[in-house]
Design a protein. Structure first.
Length: 227
């Protein structure tokens, strides 16, 4: 298949969306800082990533940034082989790969935090297809993206976010690509620890207003799906 040109069937994806889990998606609180979360051994969202594994794991971190996932693995004493990929050409953090198509081997866990929305649709679909191909049978793919039900994520969005994925649609796409029905979902609300008292009060008011208007106050959504 030609690189970056995966063709998807809209109506087939709609069929898979009907299987999306019913009920409200559980909420996790995050500091919004990857390194703070990595150092927080009680981080609900981050600990979820590793919750399905007991033995040694091979982890691929796509969009690795400052390699906070590597730090999280080390602090939790998780026996692992950590592999990083990021497109930063300066390679300050010495990534293993700068191009997803150069990645080889198989992985137990693949993580993409805030990556998909920075890619045009066709390229994003290619990342998902490639992730499926290099994921071991019964391995897990973790994706976090901005919450399309939070209006603030659009009003304050920057030019780097070129594609948005409602969580139901992303679930449908992943199922269409061959991932299983076994899925874990989270809504992630960012609550920085250094907030002033005034800012905390304003945040509480915003949460109440969003609920009254039928919006979601969670900043991001997370999907962890089994191959």
């Amino acid at each position: 298949m030609e690189k970056g040109h995966l063709k998807i069937n809209y109506w087939e994806i709609q069929k898979f969306k009907k299987d999306f889990p019913k009920g409200k998606i559980p909420l996790s609180i995050s500091s919004g800082n990857p390194y703070i979360e990595a150092n927080n051994l009680n981080s609900d969202g981050l600990n979820l990533y590793f919750s399905k594994f007991n033995g040694p794991i091979r982890v691929l971190d796509i969009g690795a940034g400052e390699k906070a996932i590597k730090k999280a693995l080390e602090l939790r004493n998780i026996e692992s082989e950590y592999v990083s990929m990021d497109v930063d050409v300066n390679n300050e953090f010495k990534y293993d790969y700068n191009d997803i198509d150069d990645i080889n081997g198989l992985f137990d866990l693949i993580i993409m935090q805030g990556v998909l929305e920075a890619l045009p649709l066709e390229k994003g679909l290619h990342y998902l297809e490639k992730s499926r191909d290099i994921l071991k049978d019964s391995g897990y793919l973790v994706i976090s993206i901005s919450n399309t039900k939070n209006p603030n994520e659009f009003l304050n969005s920057d030019f780097a976010k070129v594609q948005h994925y409602p969580i139901v649609d992303l679930y449908g796409i992943l199922r269409y690509l061959g991932f299983s029905e076994e899925v874990i979902l989270r809504r992630i609300y960012t609550w920085p620890k250094e907030l002033s008292f005034k800012r905390k009060i304003l945040n509480i008011i915003k949460i109440i207003l969003y609920k009254l208007m039928g919006f979601d106050f969670a900043n991001d959504v997370l999907i962890m799906i089994k191959k």
